[in-house]
Design a binder for this molecule. Structure first.
Ligand code: SIN
Length: 218
């Protein structure tokens, strides 16, 4: 059995050299990378990828939970006819050090084809936490996932902030994501908190690098 420490993907991601000859490349963000842009980028454009759907099936021991009480964050799950809407960022390869650290709890760099909302397609890099990583939690009922998110807190803050910020960012993108919106609804109706309200979670302006260096947020 793998230990959670072995979920650390930094070394494996460093060896992934598919884009090694590129001076610039596209990164597809579908989770916190949409709303917490703590890395420099050249441009960003809304985009979709086909054949994947967003699911709160990955455990978070390092950002939105702890080893004793992991939170839940999103990963992508293969699904033939699905479309996943997110944000594409054009980046330079030096940004990988930061991204690999941020996504180290089970996420591996993978290659996907994306389609920009306003133009043709491109190959892009995406971080996916597959079902064989030790932090993977897999499916559960919406009520159970919402409850777990409602009570989990980690070094990056409450897990509920991750869900509510993501839902707000997807709404701003015009993305219909029944899974995320159902969890948001369950969280707000079944796991009330006086600390957070949906109004606090409008889209974040983001900028090219204002938070770069905040290595542990997500
Ligand atoms: C992503 O946002 O693209 C990866 C998952 C996450 O960092 O939340």
């Amino acid at each position: 059995m793998q230990s959670l420490h072995e979920a650390d993907t930094i070394v494996r991601n460093r060896a992934m050299n598919y884009f090694a000859s590129h001076q610039r490349l596209w990164l597809f963000g579908y989770g916190s990378l949409i709303y917490k842009v703590d890395f420099p980028f050249l441009q960003r454009r809304p985009a979709v990828i086909r054949g994947w759907e967003r699911r709160f099936w990955q455990g978070s021991h390092d950002h939105r939970g702890t080893h004793a009480a992991p939170g839940r964050v999103v990963t992508l799950v293969e699904s033939e006819d699905a479309l996943c809407r997110g944000m594409a960022f054009e980046i330079t390869p030096d940004v990988f050090e930061h991204l690999d650290h941020r996504e180290k709890n089970g996420y591996l760099r993978e290659v996907v084809d994306l389609q920009f909302d306003d133009g043709p397609g491109e190959e892009a890099l995406v971080y996916i936490a597959g079902p064989d990583n030790p932090a993977y939690l897999g499916p559960a009922s919406e009520a159970a996932i919402a409850r777990q998110i409602g009570v989990s807190v980690g070094p990056s803050g409450p897990n509920r902030d991750y869900l509510l910020r993501l839902a707000a960012a997807l709404r701003a993108l015009g993305a219909l994501d029944p899974h995320v919106f159902a969890l948001e609804e369950a969280l707000l109706t079944q796991v009330p908190s006086s600390l957070t309200t949906p109004q606090e979670y409008g889209p974040q302006p983001g900028n090219k690098c204002e938070q770069y260096g905040e290595r542990d947020g997500r």
